[in-house]
Every structure is written in structure tokens, then in C-alpha cells.
Design a protein around this ligand. Structure first.
Ligand code: UDP
Length: 239
């Protein structure tokens, strides 16, 4: 008999960089295909999936602001970059038979539905993947915060933060070969050990609302499936 998933509904946070693969900009076709095939594995297990995607592979407001641009304007551009990624993800999902919808926090009627909580919940219940674009819709925030917010609004069982490192380590594993991955951590331990799991606003929201976070690498084949089955993959940050 096949194993039952540990979670019924998940929110997957994908950074823009996750879509770049080995490229220095934009969307790498093989990488996006690898990611959506992992999503399909868990959709086929009956797990309801919401996705928040970043935009750092195309445009990051804060770095443009640092070079002289008005921060709010730069952030709106960053949010639009996330919608481009959301559309690319939807396209890649539909090619392999996932039914997906894009909801945007900024209204752009011709390209995406507006974010409507009830509608998004309905899609999830119908087994459709909902991709949330345009972050929170507000400048000065990040898509990590959008993921925490949408995760809480969708009443998900867990937030899955996909990174290129397979969890939270005692030190930077790229610089320190002695660094060890934490299997689990409490929110308080992450704070006291000064471990960066998500940006501070997102982290505080998850902590306040008891939304556990699993940090894992989406680049390991089958990783999302193993996370959803509750196996020892990545790091679980819990209350
Ligand atoms: N952004 C924003 N408000 C939000 C989410 C994102 O202004 O609620 C902008 C911000 O400029 C950010 C960019 O969109 O730099 C891309 O998002 P993020 O940096 O979170 O993407 P990631 O690092 O996940 O690729």
C-alpha cells in the first residue's frame, strides 16, 4: 500500500532564483520542468498545493532602489516579475497535466485572475494548483512574507520553503564542511542561534500563527514527495 501524505494542504514557496537553474538570469526550461514534475508527484497523491513564487531571477526591487530608483516603483516592478514567473509555472504545469490557476495580488485582468481568498480555497479543494503572483501586492515586502500570508489565509498544514540548500545548517555548508543540518528546530532556537530561515517579517508571522516551516532543496529529485510524506528531508522549523 502506498504511504499516506503527512499534509493535506501545503504552501510551496519557490524563489525566483530556483527557476534560474544554472543560468544567471530568467527561467531555465529544464529546471522549471524538474520543479513542476515534483509538484505533479504530490498533486497525484491528493495533496492540495498553493505556490508563491518570487521574482529575483528577473527583478529585485531592493537592489534597483540601491542604485538610485524609487523603492516603491522598483518593488512594483519586482512584483510584476513574480507574475511572469507565475505564468511560466502555470504553463509548465499544464503541459504535464496539472490544472493550475494564477491569482495576482495586483490586478491585471487580462493575464491573471485577481486574488480572491474564497476562490483560491475552492480551487485547492478541487485539486487545482493555485499560483499566487505579485507577492502581497504591497511594496516593501517580500515573497517570503506573501508565502506566510497566503499560507495562513489558505489554512495550509505547512509552509515548504524550497531553496538550493537542503535545510538549515549549523553554519554555511558551502564554506564550512563541518556544518551539520538540523533535522528539526523550534522557532525560538532559530532566533537564539541567529539562524536565517526566512526574512524576519515572514518568520514572525509563521511563528505567531503557529505555521510550521520546512526548508528543503527542490533540486534533489523526489525531495518534495519525501517532504510531503513526512520523511527526513530538509529542516522542520516548528513551534
Ligand atoms: N515584492 C514586493 N512586495 C511583495 C513581494 C515582492 O514589493 O509583497 C517585490 C520586491 O521588489 C522583491 C521582488 O518583488 O525584490 C521579488 O520578490 P522576492 O525578492 O521576494 O523574490 P525571491 O527572492 O523569492 O526570488
Amino acid at each position: 500500500m502506498s504511504q499516506a501524505p503527512a499534509y493535506k494542504r501545503i504552501l510551496l514557496k519557490l524563489s525566483g532564483e530556483a527557476l534560474m537553474g544554472g543560468d544567471s538570469y530568467g527561467i531555465n526550461r529544464a529546471t522549471i520542468e524538474q520543479i513542476v514534475s515534483q509538484v505533479k508527484e504530490v498533486v497525484d497523491m491528493g495533496v492540495q498545493v498553493g505556490v508563491v513564487v518570487g521574482g529575483g531571477n528577473i527583478f529585485r526591487g531592493v537592489s534597483q532602489a540601491a542604485s538610485g530608483m524609487d523603492r516603491a516603483t522598483a518593488d512594483y516592478m519586482g512584483m510584476m516579475a513574480t507574475v511572469m514567473n507565475a505564468l511560466a509555472l502555470k504553463d509548465a504545469m499544464e503541459r504535464i497535466g496539472i490544472v493550475a490557476r494564477v491569482q495576482s495580488a495586483l490586478t491585471m485582468q487580462q493575464v491573471a485572475e485577481p486574488y480572491v481568498r474564497g476562490k483560491a480555497m475552492q480551487y485547492l479543494e478541487e485539486g487545482k494548483v493555485v499560483i499566487f503572483g505579485a507577492g502581497t501586492g504591497n511594496p516593501f515586502f517580500t515573497t517570503d512574507t506573501a508565502a506566510a500570508l497566503r499560507g495562513m489565509e489558505m489554512n495550509v498544514d505547512i509552509m515548504l520553503k524550497a531553496t538550493n540548500v537542503d535545510g538549515v545548517y549549523t553554519d554555511d555548508p558551502k564554506k564550512n564542511p563541518e556544518a551539520v543540518r538540523y533535522q528539526t528546530l523550534t522557532f525560538d532556537e532559530a532566533i537564539s542561534r541567529n539562524l536565517k530561515v526566512m526574512d524576519a517579517t515572514a518568520f514572525a508571522l509563521c511563528r505567531d500563527q503557529n505555521l510550521n516551516i520546512k526548508v528543503f532543496s527542490i533540486f534533489r529529485n523526489g525531495a518534495l514527495r519525501r517532504v510531503v510524506l513526512g520523511e527526513d528531508e530538509g529542516t522542520l522549523v516548528h513551534c
